[in-house]
Write a protein that binds this ligand. Structure first.
Ligand SMILES: Cc1ncc(C[n+]2csc(CCOP(=O)(O)OP(=O)(O)O)c2C)c(N)n1
Ligand SMILES: [Mg+2]
Length: 416
């Protein structure tokens, strides 16, 4: 599989024969299906055709009808559209600040969400306050929608804590680095929700690469068998570090659900409205006792995997450029402008708000206190653990050994 063959794939829009809901001024025709056919021998080609993609806003910002999903966004007002736009813009700004802070040495690492704002804000805004989110390490936009103060997300990446927020305050679990493991946690939690008789739902986020993990397969099996109220939200950003999706699966990822006995849907992950609608559908199913579903948000990681990665080593600029044309934020902006839902004043105010957020994030990171060394052993197990106790004692003895060490008068440090 060459890198070239992964470029610029956009599957056919589901219900693409449907009418345009409104023709925005200057909106071009949506990209033709023919042009969108996968160029390589990837997963789509293996299926003998391109998969359907739920899309409500074309890359040009034109609203298209969808017989199945329109009803999930039927109550969306211009205010809501502006607020979705605001969430995406501020999330992107927060993310950009974090990348810069890492480059300045203030953070050890940062996994950017650049390009995935619609997938995260659309799905995040579909959740209710009592729905519980199990994220990976990249769900900064979902955290934002759940009301987690973004500055709290940075502590772990500065190395001053293990997480930085109480998951139960906002129904947003701690970030998980162990790929796919949170899908099992989500499934177990959802099984508990069902046993409690609650009507809330659970949503587990993971990437395309995570679908190759055994944990994800197990969570699909268990959630299906137990009819757990969980939504599996896969952000297919085309890459698992340097591994393209084609090398992860012989079928489009959403089709995996069928084998486990629950529905799977591929949605345009750069279309915030479609992500909102499809996730609402999936959450409502879960709440109604209809069990799990898989949403594959077809999107693109425009940045590097993390600040430690250099994507120029394994992918072409043309690929990123093709996805830039489908930018989720520009798409909604085009729609807002074409429909007359936002004026210059709105965009200027948002720019000012974005500046204020940037300043707040920078100041918060730089003023984070260094932790007490012994605090590394806190919040590991709810009831303690013999091994942690042993390690704590060893570390305490190690720390204490410095107390008696002779001090070099010249340097103020330990005598070598
Ligand atoms: C169990 C496990 N194996 C390997 C890794 C190393 N690793 C970190 S991120 C990553 C790729 C994940 O790709 P994907 O699931 O597509 O998520 P993305 O980062 O693209 O959002 C890997 C292999 C890990 N963290 N955990
Ligand atoms: Mg990925």
């Amino acid at each position: 599989m060459t890198v070239e063959s992964t470029a610029a794939r956009t599957p056919r829009r589901a219900g693409s024969g449907g009418k345009r809901a409104s023709a925005g001024a200057g909106a071009k025709k949506s990209v033709s299906a023919k042009k969108d056919v996968a160029r390589g021998k990837g997963a789509e080609a293996a299926q003998g055709g391109e998969p359907e993609l739920v899309q409500l806003l074309t890359p040009e910002g034109e609203r298209v009808e969808n017989a199945t999903y329109d009803k999930y966004v039927a109550d969306i007002t211009p205010d809501d559209l502006r607020s979705l736009y605001r969430d995406m813009v501020l999330t992107r700004r927060f993310d950009a600040e974090a990348v810069t802070l890492q480059r300045q040495g203030e953070l050890g690492l940062w996994p950017s969400l650049l390009g995935q704002e619609a997938a995260q804000v659309g799905s995040g805004r579909a959740t209710r306050a009592d729905d519980y989110v199990f994220p990976t390490y990249r769900e900064h936009g979902v955290a934002w929608c759940k009301g987690v103060d973004p500055t709290l997300l940075l502590g772990m990446f500065r190395g001053v804590n293990h997480g930085g927020w109480d998951p139960n305050t906002n129904g947003f679990q701690l970030y998980t680095i162990v790929i796919g493991s949170q899908t099992l946690h989500a499934t177990g939690y959802a099984m508990g929700v069902a046993k409690d008789g609650a009507d809330s739902a659970v949503i587990a986020y993971f990437g395309d690469g995570a679908t190759s993990q055994g944990d994800v397969a197990e969570s699909f099996t268990f959630s299906a068998v137990y009819n757990a109220p969980v939504v599996f939200f896969c952000q297919n950003n085309q890459w698992a570090i340097s591994e393209p999706t084609e090398k992860q699966s012989r079928v489009p990822l959403y089709q995996r659900a069928q084998g486990y006995g629950f529905p799977g849907v591929r949605v345009d992950g750069n279309d915030v409205l479609a992500c909102l609608a499809v996730t609402k559908w999936a959450l409502e199913r879960a709440r109604a006792g209809e069990g799990p579903s898989l949403v594959e948000a077809f999107t693109y990681r425009m940045g590097a995997h993390t600040t430690s990665d250099d994507p120029t080593r394994y992918r072409r600029d043309e690929e990123r450029e093709a996805w830039e044309a489908k930018d989720p934020i520009l798409r909604l902006r085009a729609h807002l402008e074409a429909e007359g839902h936002a004026d210059e004043g709105f965009f200027a105010e948002l720019e000012a708000e974005s500046e204020t957020l940037g300043k707040r994030v920078r100041e918060a990171v730089r003023s984070m206190p260094d932790p007490e060394p012994m605090s590394i052993f806190e919040n590991i197990y709810a009831d303690g653990h013999a091994l942690v106790d042993e390690e704590r004692a060893q570390f305490a003895a190690y720390q204490a050994s410095f107390a008696d060490a002779p001090v070099d008068a010249a340097t103020g440090g330990e005598v070598k």
